[in-house]
Design a protein around this ligand. Structure first.
Ligand code: ZN
Ligand code: MN
Length: 440
């Protein structure tokens, strides 16, 4: 019996717009006083009317276009009805039949991952639970209620946990490059729900285990742990129960961080249970081709394109381009260093080995580097003289090296550096010492 996981992902990203999705309240849910950023609309009071946020729609389209999606020329919001204490209206304004974007594709480690849809909705309030049982109570903070939220849904195209993590990292980079969200999992501005089951092969027959959707994941580490746990749980369960995927047996599981285990929450609702219907208070959108064209043309360079360009333009390695491209500001600073006079390879090495220089004036860094290079003793005969001197003064240490205590080399180099007041290249010295010490 062997098995392969089948994983699909729903990722929610909170947008960094100035105001909320359907009202003028400030969009600053993190760190503000509880319930200080609310109004009748985001509190769901009767009669309040939603007014959609143009910037949020633009950001949603940017994500969709960056992921190679098509855009529905006509789309609209719908009400997704369900009850939850942090959802005062009793429904969430979301998209169902006509999301803004659909049908994209992203390649992760040579594996095509299809994007089913990218849609826009509003976030709920946030509940905080205190105590347990009779004495327990919960407080609700509506500052997050109505914050614009983009949902990115993939097809179940992942077949490993590694794949999933890579996708999430790339997605996070794309969103940060677009400058529309910090996509910070710890702060809750990027949240994900993987759905997983297994394809089990036994004596030429194939079985699929019931789907499980995992909630409450807020770090890359937990994604990995939750998925690994759930995969092995499903396999063990199948060997005992032999229950296969079927209508209505999808479950929702939570992830308990301290125990590293998933636990069953409820049977999953079907889309029908939400009774979606078009939001009557927000008319449909007919997006103009000109606006879409403008958004498309103004998309910034994306992580993959940047990595490829850095390799091609500066002759650095794929690995180096990966490290530099991880953060937009790091990649930009790298290019500033090259503009200041460094070669590509030199700038890449310098920045990767000394990440703390980021932010320093690149010209000043280059001047300093040049000065040091000029001062460095490069004359072979001079260096040889210094090495001879050090070896003569430290013959005991030299003997130790010859007897196999290789770590004393550092001490010898240190002595030579001292003699040159630091104006020599330790790597050249090391090579020279070794050459001399190996002499019979
Ligand atoms: Zn409001
Ligand atoms: Mn959603």
């Amino acid at each position: 019996m062997n098995y392969e996981p089948i994983i699909g992902l729903e990722v929610h990203v909170e947008l960094q717009t100035k105001s909320k999705m359907f009202c003028g309240c400030l969009n600053e849910p993190f760190g503000s006083d509880p319930n200080s950023l609310t109004c009748p609309t985001c509190l769901g009071l009767p009669g309040a009317l939603p007014v959609p946020n143009r910037e949020a729609i633009k950001s949603c389209l940017m994500i969709g276009l960056a992921l190679g999606c098509g855009v529905n020329s006509r789309s609209y919001f719908e009400r997704k009805n369900y009850f939850y204490p942090d959802l005062p209206k009793g429904y969430q304004i979301s998209q169902y039949q006509k999301p803004f974007c659909f049908g994209g594709l992203i390649i992760i480690s040579d594996r095509p991952i299809r994007i089913n849809r990218v849609h826009l909705e509003e976030d709920t309030g946030k509940l905080t639970h205190f105590g347990r049982g009779e004495a327990g109570y919960s407080l609700v903070n509506f500052n997050r209620s109505g914050v614009p939220l983009v949902e990115i849904v993939t097809e179940p195209d992942f077949n490993s946990v590694e794949n999933v993590v890579e996708y999430l990292q790339e997605l996070q980079r794309i969103i940060r490059y677009l400058g529309i969200s910090g996509a910070d999992m710890e702060k809750g501005s990027m949240r994900l729900e993987p759905t997983v089951n297994l394809r089990i092969t036994e004596a030429g027959e194939i079985f699929y285990t019931p789907l499980a959707e995992i909630k409450n994941i807020n770090s890359f580490r937990f994604v990995r742990k939750a998925l690994e746990y759930e995969i092995s749980r499903q396999f063990k369960e199948f060997t005992v129960t032999r229950i296969e995927k079927g209508a209505g047996n999808k479950i929702t599981v939570g992830f308990n961080e301290s125990q590293g285990e998933t636990y069953r929450q409820r049977e999953k609702e079907e889309a029908n249970d939400y009774r979606y219907f078009p939001e009557p208070d927000v008319p449909p959108f007919d997006l103009s081709a000109a606006w879409l064209e403008e958004i498309k043309n103004n998309l910034p360079e994306l992580p993959k394109g940047k990595r490829e360009r850095l390799v091609k333009q500066y002759g650095i390695s794929v690995y180096q381009a990966g490290v530099l491209g991880e953060l937009l500001e790091r990649a930009s600073y790298f290019e500033d260093l090259v503009k200041a006079g460094f070669t590509g390879v030199r700038a890449a090495n310098l920045l990767i080995n000394h990440p703390e220089i980021l932010g320093r004036n690149p010209e000043a860094v280059f001047r300093e580097f040049k000065k040091k290079a000029e001062e460095t003793i490069s004359d072979e005969a001079t260096l040889q003289g210094i090495v001879d001197e050090v070896l003569a003064e430290n013959s005991g240490t030299a003997n130790q090296w010859q007897q196999g205590k290789k770590e004393v080399l550092g001490f010898l180099i240190g002595q030579a550096m001292k003699k040159t007041q630091g104006k020599s290249d330790p790597r050249r010295l090391a090579a020279l010492f070794e050459k001399n010490l190996l002499k019979p």
